[in-house]
Design a binder for this molecule. Structure first.
Ligand code: UD1
Length: 352
C-alpha cells in the first residue's frame, strides 16, 4: 500500500487537505499520516477549522509556533526531519505556499522522499512576498505537481518540468467550498443589512501602521452613511492596530470559523482583501472582490472572475467601492475544473 504523509500548518492549508483526506479514505489503496506543523495554533485559526472541515486529529503536532521567516522555517525543518526519519513514507504531500510547505519540501527531498505539490505553478512574480519564494523553491524540487489552472501547468513546463509530472486537476480549496456551502452559518453576531467584508493580513499591507490606517480611513470615507464594513482581524493585523481607534463604519471581530466566513462573503455586497484564497472563493461565488495588492498569482480571478487589483492606489480603491455600491461590477465565470472534484482527480491520478 502506498504511504503518504500529508502536511498542514496554517489556516489556508486546512481547507486544501480536508477534501484530499476524504478522497483518500474513499478507497483502501493509500494509507496516510497527517502532520500538523503548529505554524498556526490559535483555536480560531486551527482547531475550529479541523472541526468544521471534519479533518481527523493529526497523528502528530510539531508545535513550532511563530517566529521570523528563518526561525519558523528552521524550526519546522528540524522537527519534521525527526518525524520523517521515525515514520518514513513513499510521498510527502504539500499544499499551497506557506512556510510549512517550504520547510517540509526541503526536508523530504533531502531524505530522498518524493514530494507532491498541490496548487503548484502559481506565480505572482513578486519576490518580496515570502509565499512567492516558497512557491518557487517547492515547485523546483517537487516530483509531482497538481495545478489549479492550465496557465499554472504552462508555467511549470516553462520552468523545465516534464508533462508526465504536471497534472491539471482543478482547485482543492473550491472542493471544500462546494462541500461546505450547505453548512455555512451566520457569525455569532447580527450582520448588517448591507455590508462589505474586509480582510487584511499581508505583511506588506499591515506591518506598517500608517499604511493599514490609511486604508481603513479611505474605506470608511467611501462607504460612510451608505453601508457597513465587517472586518475579522487576523492576529498579525491586530498588533498593528493596537491603540488606534477604528473608523466607525468598520465593525471588527475576531477571525471567523470557516463556515461563518463563507457565510460572511456569500452575503456581502463585495469583499476587500489581500488574501490569495479569497480571490478564488469570491470568483466561485460571483461576489465582487477588490484586492489590495499590486499583483496576483491567481490571474484567472481577474481575467474571467470577479476580482480586480488596486495595489495601494487609494483613488482606485474608492472608485471600485463606488462601482460595487452602484451595482455596476463585472460578472464572473468559474474557471475550468473548479467543480468540487479536484481531490478525487488527484487521488485517482496517484493510484493510476
Ligand atoms: C501565514 C502565511 C500566509 C497565509 C496566512 C494565513 C507564511 C509565510 N505566511 O501568514 O501565506 O496567507 O498564514 O493566515 O507562511 N499568530 C497568532 N496565532 C496563531 C498564528 C500566528 O497570534 O495561531 C500571530 C503571531 O504573532 C505571528 C503572526 O500572527 O507572529 C503571523 O503568523 P505567521 O504564521 O508567521 O504568518 P501569517 O501572517 O499568519
Amino acid at each position: 500500500m502506498m504511504k503518504i504523509t500529508i502536511i498542514a500548518g496554517a489556516r489556508p492549508n486546512f481547507m486544501k487537505i480536508a477534501p484530499i483526506i476524504k478522497a483518500i479514505t474513499r478507497n483502501n489503496l493509500i494509507s496516510y499520516r497527517l502532520v500538523h506543523t503548529g505554524q498556526h495554533y490559535d483555536k480560531n485559526l486551527s482547531e475550529n477549522f479541523f472541526r468544521e472541515l471534519e479533518i481527523p486529529q493529526p497523528d502528530i503536532n510539531l508545535k513550532v509556533g511563530s517566529g521570523s521567516q528563518a526561525e519558523q522555517t528552521a524550526k519546522i525543518m528540524i522537527e519534521f526531519e525527526k518525524e520523517l526519519l521515525e515514520n518514513p513514507c513513499d510521498y510527502v504531500l504539500l499544499v499551497g505556499d506557506v512556510n510549512s510547505t517550504l520547510a517540509c519540501a526541503i526536508v523530504a527531498k533531502k531524505l530522498h522522499t518524493k514530494v507532491i505539490h498541490v496548487e503548484a505553478g502559481l506565480r505572482s512574480n513578486d519576490m518580496r512576498m515570502p509565499e512567492e519564494v516558497n512557491r518557487k523553491v517547492v515547485d523546483s524540487i517537487s516530483d509531482l505537481h497538481f495545478t489549479t489552472t492550465t496557465e499554472a501547468s504552462e508555467q511549470l513546463y516553462k520552468e523545465g518540468h516534464g508533462k508526465e509530472n504536471v497534472h491539471f486537476v482543478g482547485n482543492v480549496m473550491i472542493d471544500s467550498l462546494v462541500h461546505n456551502l450547505s453548512r455555512i452559518k451566520e457569525p455569532g453576531f447580527q450582520l448588517p443589512q448591507s455590508y462589505f467584508a474586509l480582510t487584511l493580513h499581508r505583511p506588506s499591507n499591515v506591518d506598517k501602521n500608517e499604511k493599514i490606517r490609511e486604508y481603513l480611513e479611505v474605506i470608511h470615507e467611501a462607504v460612510k452613511d451608505k453601508v457597513t464594513v465587517v472586518f475579522p482581524i487576523h492576529p498579525r493585523t491586530k498588533k498593528s492596530l493596537e491603540g488606534y481607534v477604528i473608523p466607525s463604519s468598520i465593525k471588527t471581530c475576531d477571525p471567523l470559523s470557516y463556515h461563518q466566513f463563507l457565510y460572511l462573503i456569500k452575503h456581502s455586497i463585495g469583499v476587500i482583501t489581500d488574501s490569495g484564497g479569497i480571490q478564488e472563493e469570491t470568483t466561485f461565488m460571483n461576489v465582487p472582490c477588490i484586492t489590495l495588492r499590486e499583483n496576483t498569482e491567481r490571474p484567472e480571478t481577474i481575467t474571467i472572475g470577479t476580482n480586480e487589483l488596486v495595489g495601494d492606489n487609494t483613488e482606485l480603491l474608492k472608485k471600485y467601492i463606488s462601482k460595487i455600491l452602484e451595482g455596476k461590477w463585472k460578472k464572473g465565470v468559474v474557471p475550468d475544473k473548479w467543480d468540487g472534484n479536484a481531490s478525487i482527480r488527484i487521488i485517482d491520478s496517484l493510484i493510476s
